[in-house]
Design a protein around this ligand. Structure first.
Ligand SMILES: Cc1cc2nc3c(=O)[nH]c(=O)nc-3n(C[C@H](O)[C@H](O)[C@H](O)COP(=O)(O)OP(=O)(O)OC[C@H]3O[C@@H](n4cnc5c(N)ncnc54)[C@H](O)[C@@H]3O)c2cc1C
Length: 471
């Protein structure tokens, strides 16, 4: 059998991890990223032990663990500074088999890219699923130059081409950044990792409603560590949250949220907006606001899945990450679950294609449409197993994260006083309580044996059956 071809739509954390894991299992992988460059937005990202163990599958877990900077205490505070609950990195490590690492997104993307053969990522190239494929025929993705604008698709010879859906197999795409790519890719597997507003999801499951506004907006930035020491914290006010955590390179990652209507932007600038809302909060908040430049602050409204999809696959297409299960950031698990999806998908499809040259990758990227299509293989069957393994687990994380998100949007004074009283009471039961929200999530291990020699509380893949069993 020739080397199986995989096309990945989206070069975010989910897409790059999937590409690296599939490459490791012998697939010829092409990643399509519509942005002109892989410039990761978002500053920091928490990678819990479940994600670190998933990254072990592609040999990147230890590099992430080396980015660990949280060595001491931290916890939940009130805007005036009072601690509501405290925990330590050791307690987290003991409970979940490792500390939660806060990595810079750029470092994570570099690490994932280093696991891919040169030339596998095509930037400035938007992918669209024009045929999800079937057991006896490959899936088809058409590619357009993302920066070309409407009607700007380059056809054969560089002239304006036909609609992507009907692009001739020999047509090419010429992104503004250079290069020339085939406008049609056929593949035995397509990974749709095109993020929260996934067009692939709407194409495959048009009847399922898209993500819904979670009721709050989020700001993120990275600045050098303040001079005065501080302990990592998340501080909850009325409809407001501020978090400060150290990165391993001497900088700190800051996130903040506010319960506001969707679509708002500061009339002046986002730093001024943060100063209005958080300027009077405890150290290090004012120092961090003094250090950041307005242009370095990211702001995104938060959306989460309104309903579960009927499946995470159709034909030869698998949805991965936010495309499948957008969630609020309150558990710091959106990216972690995307990484889990990616490695589970690669493990299941590798098992389904025993003739694929696993362990012997190195072929070129997926090519143009091959006449005759793909021979039947086990990929379609493996994708049903992927849905089985991932859908209930990820939707449980969506729900848990959403519940915490809703708590942070409370803004009435009496209700927030009640919330504080509740946290205080719960904290009296012990600091481990603060970590409970990640039970059954951060202790996950991948279903295959890279960790067999280092067992730590390992369930197999927690799939639908496991979730039902717990109910
Ligand atoms: C404020 C905030 C804080 C967060 N903190 C954390 C955290 O601490 N830990 C954590 O694990 N998660 C966190 N998350 C969630 C995390 O950022 C996401 O879950 C994760 O980035 C999803 O990765 P992805 O690859 O699925 O999607 P994305 O990262 O959105 O990547 C999708 C990619 O697809 C590209 N694309 C879209 N359409 C096309 C197309 N047609 N063709 C080609 N390319 C296309 C996009 O340009 C993009 O690069 C946070 C989210 C927010 C909003």
């Amino acid at each position: 059998m020739t080397q199986p071809r995989a096309v990945v739509i989206g070069g975010g954390i989910g897409g790059l991890t999937a590409a690296a894991a599939l490459h490791r299992h012998g697939w010829s992988v092409t990643v399509l990223e519509r942005s002109a460059a892989l410039e990761p937005v978002g500053a920091g990202i928490a990678l819990a032990p479940n994600a670190q163990r998933a990254l072990d599958v592609i040999g990147a877990g230890d590099a992430v663990r080396a980015m660990s900077a949280w060595q001491a205490g931290g916890g939940l505070r009130l805007p005036g500074g009072r601690w509501l609950s405290r925990t330590t990195s050791d307690a987290a490590a003991e409970r979940f088999g490792g500390p939660v690492v806060i990595a810079h997104r750029a470092a994570l993307v570099d690490l994932l890219l280093s696991r891919l053969p040169a030339g596998s990522v095509r930037t400035g190239a938007a992918g669209e699923i024009t045929d999800p494929g079937a057991p006896d025929r490959p899936a088809r993705v058409t590619v357009t130059a993302a920066d070309a604008g409407p009607g700007g698709r380059a056809g054969a010879g560089g002239s304006t081409g036909p609609d992507a859906a009907s692009a001739a197999p020999d047509a090419v795409v010429r992104p503004a950044g250079g290069g020339a790519y085939p406008a049609t890719l056929d593949a035995e597997l397509v990974v749709a990792a095109d993020g929260i507003h996934s067009a692939a999801r709407s194409t495959l499951f048009p009847a399922t409603p898209g993500p819904r506004y979670a009721g709050f907006t989020a700001w993120r930035f990275v600045v050098p560590e303040p001079e005065q020491p501080f302990e990592p914290h998340e501080t909850w006010g009325r409809g407001l949250v501020w978090g400060t955590v150290p990165l391993h390179d001497g900088r700190v990652y800051v996130f903040a949220t506010a319960a506001v209507p969707a679509g708002g932007r500061a009339a002046d600038d986002e730093r001024a907006e943060l100063l209005r809302r958080f300027g009077g909060w405890h150290h290090p908040v004012p120092a961090l606001l003094a250090a950041v430049r307005p242009g370095d602050i990211l702001r995104n409204d938060v959306y989460a899945a309104a309903a579960a999809l009927p499946a995470y696959h159709r034909g030869r297409v698998a949805l991965v990450g936010d495309a499948a299960h957008p969630m609020t950031p309150n558990l710091g698990q959106g990216g972690c679950q995307a990484v889990e999806d990616a490695v589970v998908l690669a493990l299941l499809t590798a098992r389904a294609t025993p003739d694929s040259p696993a362990g012997g990758p190195g072929g070129g990227p997926a090519g143009t449409a091959a006449p005759g299509g793909a021979a039947p293989d086990g990929t379609v069957h493996a994708l049903a197993a992927y849905t089985e393994a991932r859908l209930d687990r990820t939707m449980e994380v969506v729900r848990r994260s959403g519940r915490i998100g809703r708590l942070t949007t409370w803004s009435s004074a009496p209700v927030c006083a009640l919330r504080t009283a509740l946290f205080t009471a719960v904290n009296k039961l012990g600091s481990q309580v603060a970590l409970r929200s990640l039970d059954g999530i951060a202790d996950w291990s991948p279903p295959s044996p890279p960790y067999a020699d280092r067992p730590r509380n390992p369930p197999a893949v927690r799939g639908r059956r496991d979730v039902k069993d717990r109910e």
